[in-house]
Design a protein. Structure first.
Length: 95
């Protein structure tokens, strides 16, 4: 499983994974460490992120990803993504 975290022009864009089921969560926040702690506190399974990159348009990227994968949305803001989709998101937005 691959999870991505990127800092975009002072506004962090993150990509979390839920370890047991393999769902993914994509978003922006000023403090990603606090956000992952909040998400972990509300989840029985471990949540994690890896990799960092900078871009200029965190809000736009988050919106694009959410729209592109809206059919794979599960449990609110969580997405059930295939390996190739995770790879594409990383290649397109986080490298």
């Amino acid at each position: 499983m691959c999870v991505i975290f990127g800092v975009i022009a002072g506004v962090p864009l993150w990509f979390f994974a839920e370890s047991a089921v393999g769902y993914f969560k994509i978003g922006i926040t000023i403090n990603p460490d606090r956000r992952i702690t909040e998400v972990n506190n509300g989840n029985a399974r471990q949540i994690y992120y890896v990799a960092k990159v900078k871009r200029n348009n965190a809000q736009e990227i988050e919106t694009k990803i959410h729209r592109k994968y809206k059919k794979q949305r599960r449990d609110g803001e969580w997405f059930n993504l295939y390996f190739w989709q995770i790879w594409w998101i990383r290649l397109r937005y986080f490298l």
